[in-house]
Design a protein around this ligand. Structure first.
Ligand code: NAI
Length: 250
């Protein structure tokens, strides 16, 4: 039977997280969308509910505040019902390379992109263990596979997520909980928009894909919804690259 439990999506106000929440809601599942951007996430929750006719809950939260996660999970369960899935799409990037690294910049990126993911899984553990067909997905990046001199903390956070996925898949598999990552390539979102505005960059990103284009958020949202569904019931501990073929020729 297809899982009917609700799903928490972090970073749900924008870009890839928003697209994941949309795709999951389109499967008829309730979603709790979390984001630092309170106004954005409340609007997203409302729009998704009216478009897909499912229960939604919007929550303004900083996912790096580990002590607040248990209460946020409780509030989400109260609002949208039993929880059986998670997409961790909240993410950030800071341009700081060797030479101008500092502890604060490094921790800032690692805490959002990486640490929050296992902490959230831990906060949801009893919900996931009780749900049929429970699954979680972390949004990593192709930058977890290839080096980018400008953003070592980001690359480390995304590569680290792949290790966390394998470890958590090993721990949670016997409980029926699947754990996977998606590694997107270049996707048209506000985060990439800053770089796309630099002259020549859009063309460079397009040319790096064998499909000669930048991806759309829904092209990550749909596969994330698939990985959470019972159609992916034998997939766990994996990182799936969805990049229009960038890595195929890198
Ligand atoms: P985005 O900037 O559109 O969305 C990220 C969301 O995360 C924002 O709404 C932001 O408010 C939220 N967020 C940031 N820090 C947070 C925190 N501490 N607590 C709660 N929410 C927080 O960016 P995009 O592109 O949709 O990114 C989503 C994920 O996809 C990120 O993990 C990013 O690294 C990853 N990704 C994006 C790619 C792209 O080309 N856009 C490529 C590969 C990976």
């Amino acid at each position: 039977m297809a899982p009917t439990s609700a799903v928490i999506v972090t970073g749900g106000a924008s870009g890839i997280g928003r697209a994941c929440a949309e795709a999951i809601a389109a499967q008829g599942r309730a979603v709790a969308v979390w984001d630092l951007n309170t106004d954005g996430v409340l609007a997203a929750a409302q729009e998704i509910a009216s478009k897909h006719n499912v229960s939604t809950f919007g929550l303004g939260i900083d996912v790096t505040k580990t002590a607040e996660l248990a209460n946020a999970v409780d509030a989400s369960r109260t609002a949208v019902g039993p929880l059986g899935g998670l997409v961790h799409a909240a993410g950030t990037v800071r341009s700081q390379s060797v030479g101008d690294l500092d502890d604060a910049g490094w921790d800032f990126v690692l805490n959002v992109n990486l640490r929050a993911f296992p902490m959230l899984v831990q906060a949801m553990h009893s919900d996931l263990a009780a749900a049929d067909g429970a699954a979680v997905v972390g949004i990593a990046s192709i930058e977890g596979w290839i080096g980018n001199a400008a953003i070592p903390a980001y690359c480390a956070s995304k590569a680290g997520m792949l290790g966390a996925v394998r470890s958590m898949a090993d721990k949670l598999g016997p409980e029926g909980i699947r754990v996977n990552a998606i590694c997107p390539g270049f996707i048209e979102t506000p985060m990439l928009g800053i770089t796309l505005d630099i002259p020549g960059m859009r063309n460079r990103f397009e040319e790096s894909s064998v499909l000669k284009r930048i991806g759309q958020p829904s092209e990550i949202g749909e596969p994330a919804a698939f990985l959470l569904s019972d159609k992916a019931s034998f997939i766990t501990g994996q990182s799936i690259v969805i990049d229009g073929g960038v890595l195929a020729t890198a």
